[in-house]
Ligand binder design. Structure first.
Ligand code: EPZ
Length: 422
């Protein structure tokens, strides 16, 4: 069982380049199915979730090969439109393949994606929207048997700005005839990145980043070369790590516009944060202080994916901070583990109250999910003594090599692969 071993106390210093965005690469990899050519995806992060997507693409008959951080996908050989239960369960966001397979093949057979640690992950909005576009979707014992010989452009209104539903509908609409308008669409930067990739392939998509995305379907798409946007949540993670440990860190490639609610919170907590065209620099000299309540919300609100790592940084601070988690029902699982390190955090429903403490101490802790695991590493940087963070497989879903990156910034961190028999 691999672990990340952290000896707290080192201030961080230095500069790292931010990895490509997981939550942009994943929908773009699904979108490669919309053309029969070759996509050269540069800056693609090497993550467990990306590996799972590559396995799905290969299962569907596509070719995919890595050259450093460039992933080249050729979908000409696609010869299958069903995705096995095992493959679907490997990655929560595999539902994103539904719209693309329907658009490409006119049919799809896949299972409900696995739930995850964050709580139930329904896809009712995805299915309702695809049915609006003309898909016939039958739910049969956990399998989704879908047929869409003709997808037709429609006005679709999402009852909530679901990122995945917005992306699925964008992809399906590219394969439909006529114009699709998606109202109450998610506005995340990753939606804009998907739009930019689709347009680079010859699609007619506009409005991403606003609440209405419009797709003029039916265009013949072709392969292209595209560079994935920087990962704003990885950037938020390393900024919170620097805030927790103290020191000065520069993140090249990070775009402050993608995480301004996070940098604003870190400034309010007492950090100096400077941003320019090339990246973001954070400096923390004095003790962190509690800040005004954090309410997670769809973009441009405070990102739910940064909630855990900011909480970990503020666990050792002067004052209290209230967090309200409004996106997922079970996204405070890192709290119990932070408490084992001496954090004083009280949870009631969707609200967690962090009473900052002066000291944290090292402990053996268990990652419960992707961002919760990263949060434990952030807190361990500020703790006295050694921490052992297990469940690294969760962290590897979203971070190329968290331990190595923190060590490059001066943290006393190493990855212990442990005894493989365990
Ligand atoms: C995406 O998940 C991200 N994943 C998540 O990042 C992120 O936390 C989330 O968006 C919110 O920003 C990827 O992009 C791969 P949603 P997604 O659909 O698309 C409910 C990470 O850490 N909902 O916007 O699944 C849902 O239950 C991951 O990188 C429905 O009820 O998020 C949730 O409460 C975690 N019905 C809320 O909406 C639906 O059909 C937001 O979900 C769809 C969603």
């Amino acid at each position: 069982m691999s672990q990340i071993i952290v000896k707290g106390g080192n201030a961080l210093s230095g500069s790292v380049r931010v990895q490509g965005a997981k939550n942009s690469a994943l929908p773009i990899l699904a979108a490669t199915l919309l053309n029969r050519g070759e996509t050269v995806l540069k800056g693609c992060p090497r993550l467990r979730d990306v590996d799972a997507s590559v396995r799905i693409l290969r299962h569907l008959g596509c070719e995919a090969r890595w050259e450093e951080d460039t992933l080249t996908v050729n979908t000409a050989g696609m010869n299958c439109c069903n995705i096995s239960d095992a493959l679907m369960r490997e990655m929560r966001s595999s539902a994103i393949f539904l719209g693309a397979v329907l658009a490409r093949c006119g049919q799809a057979d896949l299972s409900y994606p696995g739930g995850c640690e964050l709580g139930p992950r329904p896809i009712d909005l995805h299915l309702a929207g695809l049915r609006e576009l003309g898909a016939d979707i039958r739910e049969d014992g956990g399998r989704l048997r879908c047929s869409a010989p003709r997808l037709v452009g429609r006005k679709v209104v999402l009852s909530l700005p679901s990122v995945g539903a917005t992306e699925n509908l964008m992809l399906a609409a590219c394969g439909g005839s006529g114009v699709t308008s998606i109202y109450n669409a998610a506005q995340e930067p990753e939606i804009v990145d998907l739009q930019d990739y689709l347009c680079a392939c010859g699609a007619k998509v506009s409005g991403a980043g606003t609440s209405t995305v419009t797709v003029e379907g039916g265009a013949q798409l072709f392969g292209c070369t595209y560079t994935v946007m920087p990962d704003r949540i990885a950037a938020a993670t390393y900024l919170c790590a620097a805030a927790a440990a103290g020191g000065e860190v520069r993140l090249t490639g990070a775009k402050e516009g993608h995480l301004s609610t996070v940098t604003a919170a870190l400034r309010e907590a007492g950090c100096t944060v400077a941003a320019d065209e090339e990246g973001i620099t954070l400096r923390r000299r004095r003790a962190l202080r509690g800040i005004r309540p954090i309410h997670t919300a769809p973009y441009p609100g405070f990102p739910t994916d940064a909630q855990a790592v900011l909480m970990a940084a503020l666990a050792r601070s002067r004052g209290a901070t209230v967090f309200e988690e409004n996106i997922f029902t079970n996204r405070f699982r890192h709290v119990d583990e932070l408490s084992r390190m001496g954090a004083d955090i009280r949870v009631s429903g969707r609200v967690a109250v962090v009473n900052g403490v002066e000291r944290l101490h090292g402990a053996s802790v268990q990652s419960t999910d992707l961002r919760g695991g990263a949060a434990l590493c952030v807190a361990a940087l500020a703790a006295e003594g050694e921490s052992a963070v297990s469940g690294v497989e969760h962290i590897d879903r979203g971070y190329e090599d968290l331990a190595k990156t923190l060590a490059e910034l001066g943290a006393d961190v190493r990855r212990d692969e442990g005894n493989s028999e365990e």
